[in-house]
Ligand binder design. Structure first.
Ligand code: B16
Ligand code: MG
Length: 221
């Protein structure tokens, strides 16, 4: 039985994944470090500082911890400026109809995101009233692929992990969901072909009933 759905935020409910890319690209270009969309896929779902380490892999020189801190802050400043463009109505196509259908079916809704900007994004989109729990980068010690974010979300929903489904656009997120013992819907091209209970191009292609009928982990042949 599916009693809770935990949505990833960036790249699932809103196109902030593109804002992350643009911000890192600006930081990398200013440092003369090669960065492209393929590398950017590896940043999906992982924390800001781990993202920075991945960006710096292509750098010919070493950065001190203080320099890394400055780069991470610069990236976040650029990113926050891009977030200011968001408003109600900027949730990705299919996101709000699916959440409404799920709520109508009595399913509890949570967000499980690695981002420390989650609450600001929720505010910009004005979707807080649709959520029963929010767990973000400020609440956890280990980011995806560690299951902590999803286990904490299930606990805040008051549900066992086996009753929850995660919706994710990142490989790190799929692994985190599996390690949490949850069913997982993989969304978008970055995770096409990876192990998941269901894959869809975007949320508009996810049918509420199909999601609710996903077989429990132990029930599959
Ligand atoms: P911030 P998600 C993740 O959010 C992003 O996918 C990832 O690219 C980003 O580095 C991470 O949040 C941290 O974000 O810098 O805003 O704290 O996909 O888990 O919702
Ligand atoms: Mg994501």
């Amino acid at each position: 039985m599916v009693r809770g759905v935990i949505f990833d935020l960036d790249g699932v409910l809103v196109t902030t994944d593109e804002f992350h890319y643009l911000s890192w690209k600006q930081v990398a270009d200013a440092e003369g470090i090669y960065f492209d969309r393929e590398i950017n896929h590896r940043l999906r779902g992982v924390s800001r500082m781990i993202s920075l380490e991945i960006v710096l892999e292509r750098s010919p020189r070493q950065y001190t911890d203080a320099e890394k801190q400055t780069l991470a802050e610069r990236k976040n400043e650029i990113y926050r400026n891009l977030l200011n463009r968001l408003g109600p109505g900027d949730a990705l196509p299919g996101a709000l109809p699916l959440i409404h259908d799920l709520r109508h079916a009595g399913v509890r809704i949570a967000i499980g995101s690695s981002s420390k900007n989650t609450r600001y994004i929720i505010e910009r989109l004005q979707i807080g009233h649709l959520l029963d729990a929010v767990v973000d980068g400020n609440d956890i010690r280990h980011s995806k692929p560690d299951p902590e974010v999803f286990l904490t979300a299930a606990a805040r929903l008051g549900l066992p992990p086996a009753d929850c489904v995660v919706v994710e656009d990142a490989e790190a997120g799929l692994e985190a969901a599996r390690r949490a013992g949850m069913r997982v819907v993989a969304l978008g091209p970055a995770v096409r072909g990876l192990a998941a209970d269901l894959w869809a191009e975007n949320l508009a292609a996810v049918d509420c009933r199909r999601l609710l009928e996903l077989p429990a982990r132990g029930d599959r042949a």
